[in-house]
Design a protein around this ligand. Structure first.
Ligand SMILES: *Cc1c(COP(=O)(O)O)cnc(C)c1O
Length: 452
């Protein structure tokens, strides 16, 4: 009997259990996404957005393949949770969702990252996807595509309020407005939205950052006024990411664009943890152990000898590596190792005869695997090859010793966003609670083998 550090998965049917067993044969690691958590997180965000004055709609951001959770499943769960918009940076995810049959009657969509020379703008317009414009080249490209198609493009004008990424600057806005006025008069575009993006809204406790966010808001208001003076009434104004959706009801406007909150994480641990906001991480990453063996004290582990065992111990292979998107920066070093430097490797939850135990990646992360120092003898722990371990999951409280993506982010010196989005698609994505959350029609859009 192998030990299992993952939750007892709540399979929806015998077929779900068979899909799970099949996934374990296909690959020794799995990403399990709880669609009920995604739905509930969206409901929480919708509640946060509607508590403000006026009617604010919520866009589920599904860029980067739904932050690595699977863009279609994330989109469907977001809609089930009350989102009326979906957004992605690249055209790819938005077109995929429309082609799956999620039409404009179900949700509006927005795409904001493309180059106007080679992007499939005609397809975006034909699929009734709104398009952001943030440069004159964008406007020209969208007008060209709309004219070729004989159908106006719905556009959202992005403005530079201090983020320093995309969008019209204050100095070129008059020219942009003139070009837009002409394009709108000729019926090539319909200007429906005005928007911008925050740089530091995830640091609500840092005074300078709050002031910087306030300045961005003031600049946005100024852009709004200039747009109105030019004869455009932006029906849909949007500024708020997850951080501002949760903490700045004053800038919800007509639409908010939460991403990370949908997936159950707070944007920055400086905001506290997700439970403070009623959010629940949807993703669990688990793997089945490979070789387990006993090593003497002072034995090097993995490339570069950055980790030497401190005493006689057992090691176990965790069969996911940087080729799966496990950050090499989450390698474990100890002071006895070649660098003389200590660095805590990524945490992994094991189940043992004595209960759950947290161990860490020891030595360098390899391409297809990592080594775990069990800091005990495997025979005493009852740990065997094939046991399921958990890299991260919803957290499930102190007593479970279950790491979250924030713990991996800390080890890898990055943010939770990068932990999920780096996970390669060779790790199967499996969906929990899909039949409870999705209608039969929506359910039929997912790969049947992915439904637990
Ligand atoms: C990614 C992104 C969001 C969502 O940000 P979160 O911090 O994940 O909530 C919103 N708007 C734009 C333009 C984005 O690129």
């Amino acid at each position: 009997m192998s030990l299992n550090a993952a939750p007892q998965w709540d399979f929806s049917s015998d077929a779900g259990k068979r899909n799970y067993d099949r996934a374990l044969r296909l690959y020794p690691g799995q990403v399990v996404v709880d669609l009920a958590a995604l739905q509930s997180n969206m409901e929480t965000l919708v509640t946060a957005a509607t508590s403000s004055v006026g009617k604010t709609e919520v866009m589920g951001v599904i860029k980067a393949d739904g932050y690595g959770h699977g863009a279609l499943a994330a989109a469907l769960a977001a809609l089930a949770g009350g989102a009326t918009w979906l957004g992605s940076a690249q055209a790819r995810e938005a077109l995929m969702v429309r082609r799956a049959g999620i039409g404009p009657e179900r949700c509006r969509m927005l795409v904001w990252m493309y180059n106007a020379h080679s992007a499939p703008i005609e397809e975006l317009i034909a699929h009734d996807i709104d398009i952001s414009v943030g440069s004159l080249a964008d406007i020209h490209g969208v007008v060209r595509a709309a004219d070729a198609l004989g159908r106006p493009a719905r556009i959202h004008v992005e403005v530079e309020t201090g983020f320093g990424r995309n969008g019209f600057t204050e100095s070129c806005f008059d020219q942009a407005l003139a070009v837009l006025k002409d394009a709108a008069a000729r019926g090539s575009v319909q200007v429906v939205g005005l928007w911008s993006h925050f740089a530091v809204a995830d640091m609500p406790l840092v005074k300078e950052f709050v002031e910087s966010t306030d300045r961005q808001i003031a600049v946005f208001e100024e852009f709004t006024a200039r747009m109105r003076r030019a004869g455009f009434e932006p029906e849909i104004r949007h500024l708020a990411n997850t951080a501002a959706t949760l903490t700045r009801p004053d800038v919800h406007y007509e639409l908010v664009r939460p991403g990370i909150g949908l997936y159950g994480y707070e944007p920055d641990p400086a905001m506290g943890d997700c439970t403070m906001y009623g959010l629940k991480p949807a993703m669990t990453v688990q793997a089945q152990l490979g070789t387990i063996k006993d090593l003497p004290a002072g034995h090097g582990i993995s490339y570069g000898r950055t980790y030497l065992t401190q005493s006689a111990t057992s090691s176990a292979i965790m069969p996911l590596g940087y080729g799966d998107g496990i950050h090499r920066s989450a390698s474990g070093f100890d002071s006895a190792g070649a660098t003389g430097r200590t660095h805590l490797g990524g945490p992994v939850r094991l189940m043992t005869k004595q209960g759950p135990k947290l161990v860490r990646v020891s030595g360098r992360v390899c391409m297809d695997q990592c080594v775990l120092d069990l800091h005990a003898m495997a025979s005493d722990l009852g740990v065997q090859e094939g046991d399921t371990v958990v890299l991260f999951g919803p957290g499930r409280g102190e007593e479970f010793a279950e790491p979250t993506a924030d713990d991996w982010a800390r080890s890898a010196e990055t943010i939770s966003y990068e932990i999920f989005t780096c996970l390669r698609n060779r790790i199967p994505r499996l969906y929990l609670h899909a039949p409870q959350v999705l209608s039969a029609d929506d359910l039929s859009l997912l790969d049947p083998a992915s439904i637990l």
